[in-house]
Design a protein around this ligand. Sequence first.
Ligand code: CTP
Ligand code: 5RP
Length: 443
Amino acid sequence: MEVSPVYMQSDDSEQDRPAYPRLFPTGETRKSDHLKAGLCVDFPVSVVLPAGGTGERTGLQTPKQFCPCLGRPLISYTVESFERVSWIQTIVVVVAKENIGLMMDIIQRFQHKKVLVVPGGSTRHRSICNGVAALGEQRRPAAHKPKVVIIHDAVRPFVDEDFLHKIAMAAKEQGAAGAIRPLVSTVIATTSEGYLDHSLERAKYRASEMPQGFTYDVICEAYKKCTESDFEFGTECLHLALQYCGTNAKLIDGPPTLWKVTYKRDLAAAESIIKETLSQSACLITGGLEAAVALANVLQKVFGALNMELNVTPDLMGGNARHLLEDWNFIKVSVDPFCPSEVEAIIVALEAGNRALLNPAVIIWMHLSVTEEPSTSRRATESAALIDLASTARPRNILLYGIRLHQPEDSEQWDRSASRVADIASALIRDRNPAFVGQLLQA
Ligand SMILES: Nc1ccn([C@@H]2O[C@H](COP(=O)(O)OP(=O)(O)OP(=O)(O)O)[C@@H](O)[C@H]2O)c(=O)n1
Ligand SMILES: O=C(CO)[C@H](O)[C@H](O)COP(=O)(O)O
């Protein structure tokens, strides 16, 4: 066995993050859900995330676990999914030696907790084995030897607490448990000449996915007993548990979001899932303006049709400040005169709450104008103010866009303009396109 763990430990204080929505589309969104659902685990559980591969099949220079999705490396999303689970003790991330510095930077930049970084091996099994060995050698005073170890590919970012709970409980009962999914294609065996030999009856087989869970003793024994050939060519931890420990894993149907990022297009798919999750709701701040309330009604209809919720509030003061914690997207309606400090206040509040540390927040400055055509110099002043504010917001991971809307007398024309504004605003929120940051769009 090739085991030489090095301990690179992140700050593992139990201090919680601000209450971000979790990034997987399960419908559940709050950190304390496990308390509501009664998901308790009364035995120590730790996690190994193998992240030591090169991602050859993506065809990219950068290993896929370090590729950015909305400006954040994929692995950070996976770590986030686990660090939010209160009953998970330690997250061991196994990376190639040359990427240890990079991984430590990611942990520091995104303030990840509970993470140990361990050097990987030349194959996935060798990397996992290093991670499991590191769990047995932890020197942290608060760390217990785990009863159950969950193994999860670092390149499967969307895993939810409910499913992890099922895996952990079944692993403790049965010794091993793993996620399965129905096969998409039929599996066939080929002859050495490239002809069909036979095909398998698809309904009888399943795709083995991650996460998988093992009692610590089973996974340690499996890796102690397995052969060099297993280490070199094996792809299935559940198989090692069966072959070397006689443990028949419990198989549990998992959600489709457990899929593994394997090809370049999977990175785009992951980014689109993240964008969808971040776009589930927005908060429109009316500033007490009558016209803004009318606009909000139209926006609510358009957003509703896109499955986006629009919360409407006069301001973000007192109890209304909760929107700063609950929403990722803000629409601030203002009228003449153009007053940048209203938007600046939202940027400051988001920054103070460390709100955009992990995911970009969106602010749309919606400017209602009563004059038919603003003068050229007026337009230039407004655009310059927006560009200025947007460039302050951008390094704070806040995307600021502007929409200018003329408020016509005619009610039919107003409805048309309002629904055009709603289309533009929803597209800006859903796409989170950095190219339009600081642009004052005309509706
Ligand atoms: N020596 C290795 C090889 C793979 N892995 C990890 O195992 C997981 C699943 O493997 P896979 O999708 O095959 O990743 P790669 O080996 O990086 O991809 P490829 O086969 O395309 O090179 C990934 O998180 C990968 O980083 C690892 O920890 N150590
Ligand atoms: O699917 C799996 C579950 O057993 C594999 O273990 C793993 O994710 C496969 O990685 P690779 O693409 O390197 O075979």
